[in-house]
Design a protein around this ligand. Structure first.
Ligand SMILES: Cc1cc2nc3c(=O)[nH]c(=O)nc-3n(C[C@H](O)[C@H](O)[C@H](O)COP(=O)(O)OP(=O)(O)OC[C@H]3O[C@@H](n4cnc5c(N)ncnc54)[C@H](O)[C@@H]3O)c2cc1C
Length: 221
């Protein structure tokens, strides 16, 4: 475990924070992996929660993109009151999502976080290729890093909103038809991350489309 200082903390959306912190000396991680963190504040030191690195392993800092629950007395509510110079404890690195090859990334809300460093790394290596992102949110205001994903993926960035109708955005929940529409001869893997009910629904869709388990890379949030 290492103690690090927050370098910057700001909002990406009304309830999503971007936290940049000092990089622990001994840390090693792959794009897509997460780490347990806690807050160096009385009573919160032992409250460990998992967050994905949205920085790249070679960066000189670590970065997190965190959906907060302001009405719920938990760690993310506490994070909302932190400032530059406050301290976090960085515990063990873990996580099941790593990049295996081209495919479709399917994310719900903060479930997009493992895909941020993976896509950043592919951009850096000029290997974005025909990767696609299907990103499900409640409203347009909830979309994390919309401009960045647009710039990175263009037409291969597909948004779907469940609580708001917006021109040129899909409406409703992710369906088997929506996934099927975006499968091409270059689609090999399906990367899946989001809340459990959304994951279960998408896994059923993938199974109905005949996608073998071995081509599904997933992590529940
Ligand atoms: C491997 C992994 C990586 C992750 N990476 C990220 C990441 O990069 N970014 C990110 O944002 N999240 C990430 N998560 C999810 C994150 O760990 C949780 O959101 C976080 O632990 C919430 O902590 P908390 O203490 O604020 O809430 P907890 O006390 O742990 O409770 C969170 C739960 O409470 C529910 N809740 C919200 N509001 C209320 C309320 N008012 N009353 C009752 N329940 C409520 C939420 O639906 C949520 O399920 C990741 C999870 C895993 C497993």
């Amino acid at each position: 475990m290492e103690r690090v200082k927050i370098i910057t903390i700001n909002h990406l959306t009304p309830d999503v924070l971007k936290i940049v912190a000092e990089k622990p000396e001994a840390i090693h991680y792959q794009p897509g992996q997460a780490v347990d963190i806690s807050i160096n504040k009385k009573g919160w030191e032992q409250e460990l929660r998992a967050f994905t690195f949205t920085s790249l392993p070679d960066d000189e800092y670590i970065e997190f993109t965190i959906k907060t629950y302001p009405a719920h007395n938990g760690v993310t509510q506490q994070l909302l009151s932190l400032n530059k110079g406050d301290e976090l404890f960085i515990h063990d690195v873990f996580g099941d999502i790593t990049y295996k090859g081209e495919g479709i990334f399917i994310a719900g809300g903060a479930g997009v976080t493992p895909f941020i460093p993976i896509l950043k790394q592919l951009e850096k290596e000029n290997k974005t290729g025909n990767n696609k992102l299907i990103f499900a949110n409640k409203t347009k205001a909830d979309i994390i890093l919309e401009d960045k994903f647009c710039q990175l993926l263009g037409d291969n960035f597909i948004n779907i909103l469940s609580n708001e109708k917006v021109a040129n955005y899909e409406y409703g929940y992710i369906s088997a038809d929506l996934i099927k529409k975006h499968i091409s001869e270059r689609t090999e893997y399906f990367y899946l991350c989001g809340p459990e009910p959304m994951m279960q629904a998408v896994e059923r869709h993938l199974s109905s489309l005949g996608i073998a388990e071995g081509f599904i890379v997933k992590e529940a949030f």
